[in-house]
Design a protein around this ligand. Sequence first.
Ligand code: KIV
Ligand code: ZN
Length: 514
Amino acid sequence: MAGDDRVLIFDTTLRDGEQSPGCSMTQPEKLRVARALAELGVDVIEAGFPAASKGDFESVSAVAREVSGPIVAALARCSREDIEIAARAIAPAAKGRLHVFLATSAIHREFKLNMAREEIVRRAVQGVQWAREHCADVEFSPEDASRTELDFLAQVVEAVIDAGATTINIPDTVGYTVPDEFAQVFAYLRRHVRGIEGVRLSVHCHDDLGLAVANSLAAVGAGARQVECTINGIGERAGNCALEEVVMALKTREAHFGVRTGIHTQRLYPTSRLVSSITGVAVPRNKAIVGENAFAHESGIHQHGMLKNAQTYEIMRPEDVGLSRSNLVLGKHSGRHAFRERVTALGFALEEAELNRVFEAFKALADRKKELFDGDIEALVLNAAGHESGPWSLLALTTASASGAAATATVELRHVDGRTVSMQGQGDGPIDAAFKAVEAATDMSLRVRKFEVRGVTEGEDAQGETVVYVDHAGRSYRGASVSTNIVEGSVHALLEVINRIDLAQRNALRQSAL
Ligand code: KIV
Ligand code: ZN
């Protein structure tokens, strides 16, 4: 494999990313992300861990059925039951992969698995053999590989290659390794494992020390030809290797690494925005590649240099990552054609019906707001991506408030079963009053843990993005919305939370009926 200059991008946003707190997605949201990943050009989508829950199984199976292009992978422990469930979930995929894993480090062997080395080798081999009964494409991961004794790691890897694994993934599960040490692990395996030249070597890094991208690049330098990563680096604890960072490092420093990926880099920014808006996990302003400030030059000296020659301070062009910001302002006289062009330039590929829906929302917004910027259009598109998963929607909202007096709100909600419910609430300000009215109308008692509002663009008539975090029955939920009216936006965000709770309750009922 060493001469192969193509690095596969294995995206695990829907599995390792989604399993981190606050990142859970509904099935329609997972499908939307999976389609965006396919358009981005990832080689493998790890769609979930089907044995974890019925909901996970159904999401993996929906991605396998409905998303074409990439290989669809499912994770499984080395147990026959897990592997059979995972195999059923990926069965509809044109190209499917089973990804089986078992921890190998001394600390996991002793405290988590209570297994001796021989038992680990036996179970790993057995897992790969079971997986091969269902699928020709089988990946094996020795969990916590970076803290595993090298000779034992080599023994396990050689045994699973003999058993039929076609990809060997080396995870830095706890984000402990450093680049030169990790490169040596790959070099060691390539020197000591019989048959390693016949399989694809993969790397999977966590970011506990902020080294996930650096460690992944070191592994590529040492022969890895698949990188496992997530959009915006979401994932357990400090997250996973960020897809956009590792891809742009490989592209910008192609002469150094001598490898390429199949990623359409102009789709990085819109995909990042989509994942952030669906999960509600904001991208830090200074985040490399997709952060708001990633291409902003504030200092006079930098601006001067940039005006003379952009390359003085810019190693990548914003348009290479899909950031084609312009000062072009749209307004209520802008037609459908200009709107479509702007949406496309921002990197969104909308189907006709979706474009019509967003264009209607654009017209309504343009009636209230003089000028619409790229941030507004992005927010409209991403707003239309949410709110598709639940029974409640807002029909009307009226609020009244005055300084020194309690505020009142009346909401009228529609339920998918055809009912409309109208309720009043009183509270400390219009948002509090509206939330009380919504809770009464939906018969829910909620505790809002965190509430955030930020301007999407500049200007006094800017739209505000509202994000509401709620803890309910031991789980955390998040809802978000964008509107020029932050009270109305807050109600939409709270309804998204209520719809998510409803979905979780229906899923739990389905599971208990199994
Ligand atoms: O971090 C890890 O070890 C994993 C494995 C399942 C690949 O996510
Ligand atoms: Zn992981």
